[in-house]
Design a protein around this ligand. Structure first.
Ligand SMILES: Cc1cc2nc3c(=O)[nH]c(=O)nc-3n(C[C@H](O)[C@H](O)[C@H](O)COP(=O)(O)O)c2cc1C
Length: 417
């Protein structure tokens, strides 16, 4: 089936809420919107973002269809899902599609996964030639297949290795800002963010994003905003705080409590792209619009589905849409009853007949604001190479995947991270 042309604009007909009717959880009921001049625009190298909000890189999530949807609601920086340097350099077709720069997507931001300085430098040079505006490197991946080799979230334990990899990227980046995204450490005994942040700064990183959890925590428990505050105090370059921004008010609280320069938003926007409109409102000093009712959510789902079809084709687009349906419908009355059918969705036009009987005038459910949409509450014992922590001054790059088959297996594992 050929996709219909995209609707030109995401619906923005909702009116701002009066403060008394604010839809938020109790912890945010008294949080005031930004006052004039309270927050500076976020400056990442030569990029200036008036709303200091970044869509987190999320594998299998922040592809062009979702990024473009979020961007139409709001403003900020919208980072791609992680692109493996080796896959990119080998010319893997899907990787190339995910890394492509789309007309009108500006600023265009990409996250790279890689641990070979040569690969990183080469990939950055190619992206710069293609017109990229921002490059992020993933030093936070907690997946065992990756950390077992000393990659991902194991890298920040070795500041000289961080320095070597950042140096290789910055050397090829010309004026394009390079940022680093990392966690607080491997586990509570091995916190690494301060040393790694300093190393990145000294090599010319334009900002550091901190997911304020250790790799052993995965996504469990509360993010440690105090660690964000410490990192901000330790560095001269901007610090982007990350972890547990589920409501627009959380972003203001994070900036106020930690002094960080911007926030990175991950799980909170899964199935809630309008959150980016809410950020623009509260950073402009206004109450945000109410979230859409079920009818409005269904319109957004169809819009999103159309974008997925445009990029990936009907079959892969529908397969991708299945997971989104449960995120969009989280908390709505009756949604659990149609979840199984939606998880077997065979065509985009099956969504409306399944969702409509739930009552399209249902208001957006309060309990959905902080509901867990992905990753759960597991913890792990982080797998590292034998003796990995014995020599923290070692800057030998870890082994990564090399052949096309290795890359495929690797990317599958990363998608789960
Ligand atoms: C589905 C999913 C995929 C993710 N993929 C990546 C990734 O590719 N690169 C990365 O740096 N972080 C990835 N993350 C972590 C997020 O970028 C973010 O750091 C984390 O979710 C914490 O932020 P949050 O509390 O706002 O969700 C992923 C998270 C989720 C939920």
């Amino acid at each position: 089936m050929k996709a219909q042309p995209l609707r030109p604009q995401v619906p923005t007909t909702v009116r701002p809420m009066p403060p008394s009717a604010r839809i938020c959880t109790p912890q945010n009921s008294g949080v005031p919107p930004a006052s004039p001049g309270e927050f500076k625009p976020l400056q990442i190298g030569r990029l200036r973002l008036d709303t200091p909000v970044v869509l987190a890189p999320m594998a299998g999530v922040t592809n062009y269809p979702f990024r473009s949807l979020c961007r139409e609601y709001g403003a900020g920086l919208f980072v791609s899902e992680m692109i493996t340097a080796r896959g990119f350099l080998l010319g893997n077709r899907l990787t190339a599609k995910l890394a492509a720069i789309h007309p009108g997507e500006h600023p265009r931001s990409i996250q790279i996964y890689g641990s070979d300085p040569k690969d990183l430098g080469e990939m950055v040079a190619r992206l710069v030639d293609e017109g990229i505006d921002h490059i992020d490197i993933n030093f936070g991946c907690p997946v065992p297949k990756v950390t077992r080799q000393g990659g991902g979230s194991a890298i920040p334990a070795k500041p000289r290795l961080v320095a070597r990899l950042v140096r290789a990227m910055v050397a090829s980046a010309q004026e394009v800002p390079v940022t680093v995204k990392m966690r607080t450490g491997i586990d509570p005994q091995t916190l690494t963010h301060l040393e790694a942040g300093r190393a990145a700064q000294e090599e010319g990183a334009a900002a550091v994003g901190l997911h304020a959890r250790t790799a052993s925590q995965l996504y469990s428990g509360d993010a440690d905003w105090e660690a964000i505050r410490q990192l901000k105090q330790a560095l001269r370059i901007p610090v982007l705080g990350n972890g547990d921004v589920f409501e627009c008010w959380d972003a203001l609280r994070m900036l106020r409590e930690t002094g960080c320069d911007g926030v990175i938003v991950g799980r909170g926007c899964l199935g809630r792209p309008w959150l980016f409109g809410e950020f623009v409102s509260v950073f402009s000093g206004e109450e945000p619009a109410a979230p859409p009712n079920l009818g409005g959510v269904l319109d957004v789902m169809e819009n999103h589905g159309q974008r997925l079809t445009e990029l990936f084709g009907e079959e892969l687009g529908v397969r991708q849409m299945r997971k989104w349906t449960s995120w969009y419908l989280r908390g709505f009355r009756g949604a659990a009853g149609v979840r199984a059918q939606l998880s077997r969705l065979g065509a985009m036009d099956e969504m409306r007949p399944l969702v409509t009987p739930l009552g399209l005038d249902q208001p957006f459910p309060l309990q959905a604001l902080r509901a867990s949409r992905a990753k759960g509450s597991r913890t792990q014992r982080v797998k590292l190479p034998e003796g990995y922590l014995d020599d923290l001054d070692d800057d030998t790059p870890p082994k990564g995947p090399h052949t096309a088959d290795e890359i495929r297996a690797w990317e599958k594992a990363l998608g789960a991270g």
